[in-house]
Design a protein around this ligand. Structure first.
Ligand code: EAX
Length: 325
C-alpha cells in the first residue's frame, strides 16, 4: 500500500477534496526534541524546504523544538500541531505494535535497520498509526544507542549492575536494563540533563548524534559503545492536516518526508563517523572495544520478559530480513 493511499485512508478521505485556497498561506508546525543543529534538525529543515518548494509556498513550515517527545506526539494527535519527528522511545505508548523495533540487538547493523524500515515491514508498521489517530509518514533515524555514566568505566555487563540508568519511557528498554541489574529510571528527554546534573541518575543511553548535539559530555564522564539498541525515528502527522491536503500536496508531503529522512540519515552517518573522536576531545573516557556478545548473553535470561507482548512472528521476519527479501 503506497504512502499516498495510506495517508488517504488515514484521513478518511471519501469526499471530493477541497483544494486549499489558491493564494492563502497555511502554517504547518513540526516539532522535534533536539537543537536545530542535529540529525533531527537536518531532517526537519530538508522536509520544510522540500514541502514549501513543492507547494510554491502555499504552506509555510515552522520548525519548533520540544524536548518532550511524548508531548510532541500528543500535540499531533489532538491537532495543536501538524507534525513531529520523534524517536520510537515513547511511540509504543501510542502505537504498541512499534515496540517490536525497540528490542535490544534486534538489528544487525544500520543497513539491516534501514532495509527493514524502508520495505514491507516498515510500511506495515506505519499503517498501524492510522487506528491511533496518527499518520506515520516516514521512518527516520536516531541511531544505535550507547551507554554513558559518571560513576565508572563500563567494560562488561557486570559493570552495569547497580547503575541508575535513565531510559526513555519505553517498557522494552526498561526491562532490558532491569535484566542487566541496573535501576532503569524512565523520563522524557527534557528531564535528562537536570537529572544527570543532580545525580538523580548515574547514566543514560543515546546515539552518538544525540550525545554530541546536547553536549552530554558536560554531565557524563564515561561512554561505552554498547550499541545495545537501534533507535528508529519517525515523522508523524495529524490525520486532519493530511486529509485537508489535495492529492498533489499529499504527494508533495510524501516526497518532502523522504527528503527529510535522507538528510536525517546522512547526518546520523556523518555524526557517527566524527562523534566519538569529538567526545574524546571534549574529555570523555570512551570504551570502544565492547564484547557485544557478552551483553547479548547477559540479556538472555530476560529475553522472554523483554519480548513479552510483542509480535513474535514480526520479530522473526525482522531477524530473517535480508536485502531483496
Ligand atoms: O530522540 O529521549 C531520548 O533519549 C531520545 O533518544 C532523544 O530524545 C532523541
Amino acid at each position: 500500500m503506497t504512502l499516498t493511499r495510506r495517508l488517504a485512508l488515514a484521513a478518511g478521505l471519501i469526499l471530493p477534496l477541497s483544494a486549499a485556497p489558491a493564494l492563502s498561506q497555511t502554517q504547518v508546525t513540526i516539532s522535534h526534541p533536539l537543537p536545530l543543529n542535529s540529525h533531527y534538525g537536518a531532517g526537519a529543515t530538508a522536509f520544510k524546504e522540500a514541502f514549501e518548494r513543492a507547494t510554491n509556498n502555499r504552506y509555510r513550515v515552522s520548525i519548533q523544538r520540544n524536548d518532550n517527545e511524548r508531548e510532541g506526539i500528543e500535540a499531533v494527535q489532538i491537532g495543536t500541531q501538524e507534525c513531529t519527528i520523534t524517536s520510537t522511545g515513547p511511540v509504543g505508548n501510542f502505537v504498541p505494535e512499534v515496540r517490536v523495533l525497540d528490542v535490544p540487538f534486534l538489528f544487525r547493523d544500520t543497513a539491516h535497520a534501514r532495509g527493514v524500515l524502508d520495505t514491507q515491514i516498515g510500511t506495515e508498521l506505519l499503517a498501524r498509526f492510522n487506528s491511533r489517530g496518527l499518520v506515520g509518514v516516514v521512518w527516520m533515524e536516531n541511531g544505535f544507542r550507547h551507554l554513558t555514566n559518571s560513576r565508572r568505566e563500563v567494560n562488561a555487563p557486570a559493570d552495569v549492575r547497580g547503575l541508575k540508568v535513565r531510559t526513555m519511557e519505553n517498557q522494552v528498554h526498561m526491562r532490558a536494563f532491569q535484566t542487566l541489574g541496573a535501576l532503569p529510571t524512565p523520563m522524557a528527554f527534557s528531564e535528562l540533563v537536570p537529572a544527570l546534573q543532580q545525580g538523580t541518575v548515574d547514566g543514560q543511553e543515546n546515539p552518538i548524534p544525540v550525545i554530541v548535539a546536547n553536549n552530554l559530555n558536560q554531565v557524563q564522564r564515561f561512554l561505552t559503545l554498547t550499541g545495545h539498541v537501534y533507535s528508529p525515528a519517525v515523522l508523524i502527522c495529524n490525520p486532519g492536516f493530511v486529509g485537508r491536503l489535495n492529492a498533489a500536496d499529499r504527494v508533495a508531503l510524501q516526497e518532502a518526508a523522504r527528503a527529510g529522512a535522507a538528510a536525517n540519515r546522512a547526518r546520523v552517518t556523518a555524526d557517527e563517523q566524527t562523534g566519538v573522536d569529538e567526545l574524546r576531545r571534549r574529555g570523555m573516557t570512551v570504551v570502544t572495544s565492547v564484547d557485544n556478545a557478552a551483553f547479548q548473553q547477559a540479556l538472555q535470561p530476560g529475553a522472554s520478559q523483554i519480548e513479552s507482548g510483542l509480535d513474535q512472528a514480526m520479530l522473526r521476519r525482522i531477524r530473517d530480513w535480508r536485502p531483496g527479501s
